[in-house]
Write a protein that binds this ligand. Structure first.
Ligand code: APR
Length: 229
């Protein structure tokens, strides 16, 4: 079975009603990264950070997967599909994708503020300030903040190296180390880029630009791959 590796970003969930970060009405227009998405913010004002992620979690729980998430599920009938997502929502899983690597964590889980390996499911949308892990330290959202290591990056890089087909969907590639993953995909491997605003990717002839929103563009690419060979 050929392997399709898909790197997704906020754009794939935009049509599910979840805001992207850097588009004109994006999340980082309304919030300061330093105030809500860094370890320093958590030290300074944990309640504000907790509130920010509680609101994100509420939006995620209210959202449904869209046609792009479902199209990637269909691809599993013919390919070994691995999705590497920068998104902290669970829409790929809820759609039915079986192999999803979350680079930046997942908002439906909490994490010990002492040991990042201790994570727990969250009931509902609110994580309370008084909730603690088994070590007795406060629980924080299970997300990777700016300035923190990305524990899954080596696994993700290794997966990119094994792609027969690569797809990039809805990411501005503004954030490293995730943005560097494309460089681990072998030169000859076809690289589809689905985005209404195509980011720059090295790759010359192997780049196939699909300048559409995800629900249209991903379906087009999946149709093509399902009809191939
Ligand atoms: N379909 C496909 N792509 C879309 C759509 C859509 N309907 N709407 C917007 N986009 C594209 C934009 O053109 C842009 O290229 O999605 C991309 C969104 O980029 P960002 O907002 O920068 O999101 P992302 O690349 O996922 O951000 C990476 O930054 O702050 C962090 O940790 C956060 O994981 C996130 C990381």
């Amino acid at each position: 079975m050929k392997r399709v590796v898909v790197l997704t970003g906020a754009g794939i969930s935009a049509e599910s009603g979840l805001k992207t970060f850097r588009d004109s009405d994006g999340l980082w227009e309304g919030y300061d990264i330093e105030e809500v998405a860094t370890p320093q913010a958590w030290q300074r004002n944990p309640a504000m950070v907790q509130d920010f992620y509680n609101m994100r979690r509420k939006s995620v729980l209210e959202a449904e997967p869209n046609a792009a998430h479902y199209a990637l599920v269909r691809l599993q009938e013919k390919y070994d599909v691995v999705i590497i997502t920068q998104n902290i929502d669970d829409l790929h899983e809820r759609a039915g994708s079986k192999n999803v690597v979350h680079l930046h964590g997942i908002i439906t889980r909490s994490q010990s503020s002492l040991n990042s390996n201790l994570t727990y499911p969250i009931e509902g949308w609110q994580l309370g300030m008084n909730e603690v892990c088994e070590l007795g330290s406060p629980l924080r959202p299970h997300v990777v903040w700016f300035g923190e290591a990305v524990p899954m990056i080596e696994t993700a890089a290794q997966i990119c190296g094994t792609a027969d087909v690569f797809m990039l969907v809805g990411t501005s590639l503004a954030v490293y180390p995730a943005a560097g993953l494309v460089d681990f995909v072998p030169n000859v491997v076809p690289k589809y880029i689905v985005d209404p605003n195509i980011p720059y990717v090295r790759g010359g002839n192997s780049i196939i630009k699909v300048e559409h929103k995800a629900t249209i563009g991903v379906r087009k690419v999946v149709d093509e791959l399902m009809n191939a060979g």
